[in-house]
Ligand binder design. Structure first.
Ligand SMILES: Nc1nc2c(ncn2[C@@H]2O[C@H](COP(=O)(O)OP(=O)(O)OP(=O)(O)O)[C@@H](O)[C@H]2O)c(=O)[nH]1
Ligand SMILES: [Mg+2]
Length: 362
């Protein structure tokens, strides 16, 4: 699963990416070419930390997601000239987009639009996404119309109808993520990798003096607050970067000096995870305690396949206890006695936080 980080020049993309991944990257748009940086990020999970404290395994393995930073969204590109194809290709492969929006003042790096206005910036980028999707839709419609005229193919006609619905929405400036589709239509549309269909995480990057004003700052994006599959969160990338550079024992003092209870970064990663529709189940033991990533709605047998294909093929049953039940009782044997450790078949739909042992036979 990959999330593409994008934003206008000087919005703080590189600062955020470096903080997330621990990788130093310089994708300044002055480089004049498209640069792509990828990094794998551990998804923080307090529940997994608690399991590790109980089982004391040799290692703990967190779930991960990948972030990719794409430099090169030039100011001109954000004004109707269209995105560079190479830039687009990276974004299209992302499962979700993380849009960094500048809310901080910094005279050394003036905002390319001349002023700080988060709502305007989101609209600039969204407008580009709409245009990009619209041009794909129009091209495909043209071709289909020609094709369908001669073939009268049922499937072509259905696709045509579907794309005309998308075209109408896009022309009215409605992102495709706001439309509802049947699973069949979803499948059809997936191949196009429309940008406005991707879940969107908007990160308001505010200044170091604005940390206490987060709520007020986020309010400027109120028009996007209730949009389906849009999540809004805030942080000060510069401060988060500084925190990430500190030794763990120095962090607390730094945070309390700034009047912050906890860093904002873990929250952002968790929100990315949720936005992607991802949940975790756990496996536990002396060797390792591990969080595994599945899509919401995944069955036990398919989930077993995430661990190893043999476990899916030879699946017999899963022994399942919820994290909450386990933590209340404290050990697996007692969970079994109390009937909290259940036997589930292959159709069982795994829930977030389930602790699972797969019984299988190869
Ligand atoms: N004061 C302040 N400066 C910040 C903050 N976040 C980022 N900056 C600074 O703004 C400048 C641009 O940040 P980058 O992270 O390079 O932004 P970018 O979006 O990657 O920029 P380009 O790749 O050049 O488009 C850097 O000098 C950062 O240190 C912030 O919260 N407060
Ligand atoms: Mg950059």
């Amino acid at each position: 699963m990959e999330i593409g980080i994008i934003g206008l020049p000087y919005s703080g993309k590189t600062t955020l990416f470096s903080t997330l991944t621990g990788l130093e990257s310089d994708t300044s748009h002055f480089a004049g070419k498209i640069e792509v940086h990828r990094g794998v990020v551990k998804v923080p999970d307090e529940r997994l930390d608690q399991l590790t404290a109980i089982f004391k395994p040799k290692k703990q393995v967190n779930a991960t997601i990948q972030y990719v930073e794409v430099g090169g969204l030039e100011k001109e590109a954000a004004h109707g000239k269209g995105f560079d194809p190479q830039f687009l290709a990276v974004l299209k492969n992302s499962d979700a987009l993380c849009l960094v929006v500048r809310a901080f003042e910094n005279d050394l790096y003036p905002h390319p639009e001349g002023s700080i206005d988060p709502l305007r910036d989101v609209r600039i980028v969204e407008a580009e996404f709409l245009l990009s999707d619209l041009s794909i839709v129009e091209n495909r419609i043209k071709r289909l119309e020609k094709q369908a005229k001669s073939t009268k193919n049922e499937e072509d006609l259905r696709e045509l109808e579907l794309l005309q619905r998308c075209q109408k929405a896009l022309e009215e400036e409605t992102p495709l993520r706001e439309l509802t589709f049947t699973p069949e239509e979803e499948l059809k549309l997936r191949g196009f990798q429309f940008l406005t269909a991707k879940p969107l995480l908007i990160v308001m990057n505010y200044g170091e003096n604005d940390i206490q004003r987060e709520e007020e700052i986020l309010r400027s994006l109120a028009p996007y607050q209730h949009n389906p599959r849009v999540t809004i969160t805030g942080l000060c990338a510069k401060v988060e970067y500084e925190i990430s550079q500190l030794e763990p024992e120095d962090r607390e003092l730094f945070l309390s000096d700034l009047g912050i209870q906890e860093p904002a970064l873990p929250k952002l990663i968790r929100k990315s995870y949720e936005l992607l529709g991802l949940i975790s189940f756990f496996t536990v033991g002396e060797d390792e305690c591990r969080a595994w990533t599945i899509k919401e709605g995944t069955t036990a047998q398919k989930a077993a396949g995430v661990i190893h294909s043999d476990l899916e093929k030879g699946f017999i049953r899963a022994e399942v206890v919820s994290f909450d039940d386990f933590i209340t009782v404290g050990n697996l044997a007692k969970c079994r006695e109390k009937g909290l450790l259940r036997l589930e078949g292959k159709e069982y739909v795994v829930r977030d936080g389930d602790i699972i042992t797969v019984r299988f036979n190869v």
